[in-house]
Write a protein that binds this ligand. Structure first.
Ligand code: ADE
Length: 356
């Protein structure tokens, strides 16, 4: 049985409580076959898994990147279960001192997996300890001081490093080059999210119709973690407002989601504030990220990592060299039926037909 060793530092999943984590663990798929979506990644990984198992070797090092909540940790746990390997879960901010990474490497057993979240945030010293560890399964230890310094090479068991990041572009190239498999996780389709909601509902013993699951899926920003969270919040709403025996139907799901201020595109109040601020205060853009962050009182990293990827994927926001701009689709969503002002940057990218 695979062993999960989780190093907690509170930064990895800031919005989650221990209770959330426990429920997430219950509904997480345990095998690759149960993992819904990311079909190309699954196909590639299946081949690597079977090949590694046939040769009785560990998997190649794997880098997974993409927006938060798309299942990078889940995939790492599935791989550990498939390889029947121990997995050490940590994140770059927890590996601040050299002894943090050295301690982790010294605790490895043959075939162990290390999962490092937010790997783009590793410091240089830690990265440099990792290079020989990843490449030669060795730890270079420096002994002595000054001109008496000696380097001792300590062999390590063969292991697999799985790195996860929301920012592939911020990883140094020497580190990126040491991963044998680099894969981007994509946002999920509505159909995939419906399957995830139905599967989680079954595990959590929640009654839900197909249409109810679709209503939740549509407002989940292409993200399983959000779909699962909304499922539980809608369940609470239905239990309290409709009765403990009631299942989730499309009408109750939509009522609940409206109450939670998650609109039909899956936008939450912060998404809408961000778009309306660009429109109302900056003529539709372009506006620099620092100015925008200050204007809406949000952290730059949160905007870049959480809000922008979905708004860009939804075709509502563009990143340009001069800053962020909203699209006509965003304008129509935020101010339905209103024509954008003449002088705005929006006008340049407007469709020719009049807005209805
Ligand atoms: N729960 C969260 N992500 C999932 C996925 N990709 N497949 C199945 N269940 C999930």
């Amino acid at each position: 049985m695979a062993n999960i060793i989780r190093q907690r530092n509170g930064l990895t999943e800031p919005a989650q409580t221990d209770f959330d984590l426990r429920i997430e663990q219950t509904i997480r798929p345990k095998q690759l076959e149960d993992y819904i979506g990311q079909s190309q990644l699954k196909e590639t990984i299946r081949i690597s898994l079977d090949a590694a198992k046939q040769r009785s070797e560990p998997l190649d090092h794997i880098l997974l990147y993409g927006p938060p909540g798309l299942g990078k940790t889940t995939m790492a746990l599935v791989l550990a279960a498939e390889m029947e390997a121990d997995i050490h879960i940590t994140s770059a901010p927890a590996l601040e001192r050299p002894r943090d990474i050295v301690g982790l490497l010294m605790a490895l057993k043959p075939g162990s997996i290390i999962f490092i979240d937010e790997i783009h945030r590793l410091n240089k010293v830690t990265e440099e300890i990792l290079y020989p560890a990843m490449e030669d399964f060795a730890l270079d230890r420096t002994l002595g001081k000054g001109h008496m310094t000696k380097t001792l090479r300590v062999p390590l068991p063969k292991f697999t490093l799985i790195g996860a990041t929301t920012k592939a572009g911020s990883i140094s190239s020497p580190l990126r080059d040491r991963f044998g498999i680099v894969y981007r996780l994509n946002f999920y389709t509505i159909e995939e999210l419906v399957q995830i909601v139905m599967r989680s509902a079954t595990i959590l013993n929640i009654q839900i119709t197909g249409e109810g699951a679709e209503a939740i899926a549509r407002r989940s920003r292409g993200t399983p973690r959000i779909a699962n969270r909304l499922l539980r919040r809608v369940r609470d709403y239905v239990q309290v407002r409709r009765g403990p025996e009631e299942g989730i139907e499309v009408s109750s799901a939509e009522e609940a989601l409206d109450l939670f201020e998650i609109d039909r595109m899956g936008l939450d109040p912060t998404d809408r504030l961000l778009l309306s601020k660009i429109i109302e205060s900056f003529g539709g853009g372009p506006v620099g990220i620092e100015t925008l962050a200050a204007a809406i009182g949000e952290d730059i990293r949160t905007i870049e990592d959480i809000y922008e990827p979905f708004l860009m994927q939804a075709g509502m926001l563009q990143r340009t060299p001069r800053g962020r701009m909203v699209t006509p689709k965003a304008y129509q969503h935020i101010f339905p039926g209103v024509t954008p002002p003449q002088s705005s940057a929006l006008q340049q990218s407007l469709p020719l037909e009049p807005l209805s």
